[in-house]
Design a protein around this ligand. Structure first.
Ligand SMILES: NC(=O)c1ccc[n+]([C@@H]2O[C@H](COP(=O)([O-])OP(=O)(O)OC[C@H]3O[C@@H](n4cnc5c(N)ncnc54)[C@H](OP(=O)(O)O)[C@@H]3O)[C@@H](O)[C@H]2O)c1
Length: 278
């Protein structure tokens, strides 16, 4: 880790949900939004990074529409896999550390004890496959990387489950939410803070599993959102069979964190999120 001399951080995809929170915790980072750098353009990636010569590149740019990826697998792969190989090759060439994010959807969710960082991957859908291919491209190109897998993100910028439930609860007296898919809700701000700890702490390179602590179903998550908001709306548990979807999703994709301190419990994180200007 002595390789990181003068910390020049470049943040790619800085206007997204996690990118906006990373912008707060890395205030001096060079922030590259999509309009400034399209990571699917190999030439642009190499010329921009060669000019900036960062010590650390944090990539949050991604194709994150899970439903959309089923019909636009090429677009998902271009951004989540091919473009990531451009970043990894450029970082390798420049001696930069790459921080890259991935997902619990690289697992099939059949393991009742959850998945450690070296757990066997087996994505069920195109989004998961494209993210796993991106991980592989990083791992084969370089050694100085942090791949941070996370799940069920919510944050102040962009569409997320919490805001969707708040909107529905305002409009309806009763909402049905699936009670047979389990995961770890994660506040993007907490993940950004943890990312900074990893980078500043010169932690060992490799794969990390970072989510808020605790496990719940989408129903339990929704019930807590409605409770904390104090809205008069009944949240009713239902089965995912009642919502036929083209996309197969893991039932129990718990990411076990064996490398870092626990993050705050998701209920605590949710409370803080709801108290930030909403
Ligand atoms: N959201 C979740 O629940 C979740 C769960 C697990 C893992 N993750 C992972 O966490 C990371 C962050 O997710 P997020 O939800 O914060 O993402 P997000 O809000 O969808 O943001 C993605 C960003 O990528 C940018 N982008 C899109 N195409 C680009 C391109 N060709 N070149 C450069 N930038 C481009 C977008 O900019 P424009 O909008 O301007 O195009 C946007 O700012 C991703 O790696 C995702 O796979 C997310």
């Amino acid at each position: 880790m002595e390789k990181i001399k003068k910390e020049k951080v470049v943040l790619i995809g800085s206007s997204g949900m996690l990118g906006s929170e990373l912008s707060k915790v890395f205030p001096r980072a060079v922030k590259l939004t999509h309009d400034l750098l399209d990571i699917t353009n190999r030439e642009m990636v190499f010329s921009e990074l060669s000019e900036l010569r960062p010590s650390i590149v944090i990539n949050v740019a991604a194709y994150t529409d899970v439903e959309g990826a089923e019909t636009e697998a090429d677009a998902a792969n271009l951004l989540n896999s091919t473009a990531v190989s451009y970043l990894a090759e450029a970082c390798k060439q420049l001696g930069s550390v790459l921080v890259h994010y991935s997902t619990d959807y690289v697992f099939d969710g059949t393991k009742s004890t959850g998945y450690g960082e070296d757990g066997e991957t087996c994505p069920l859908n195109e989004y998961g496959r494209s993210k796993l291919a991106g991980e592989a491209n990083v791992r084969k190109s370089m050694d100085d990387y942090y791949i941070i897998r996370t799940s069920w993100l919510f944050g102040c910028h962009g569409k997320n489950f919490v805001d969707t439930i708040l909107k529905l609860a305002d409009e309806k007296s009763e909402i049905n939410v699936v009670n047979d898919q389990f995961g770890c809700p994660t506040y993007a701000y907490d993940l950004a803070v943890m990312t900074k700890r990893i980078v500043d702490g010169r932690c060992s390179f490799g794969i990390y599993h970072l989510t808020n602590d605790g496990v719940c179903s989408w129903f339990e998550f929704a019930r807590e959102i409605v409770f904390l908001r104090g809205v008069d709306c009944c949240v009713v548990p239902c089965s995912s069979d009642e919502y036929p979807s083209q996309v197969r999703r893991p039932k129990y994709s718990i990411l076990n964190n064996n490398r870092m301190d626990k993050m705050p419990h998701w209920k605590d994180a949710l409370k803080r999120y709801l108290s930030v200007g909403r």
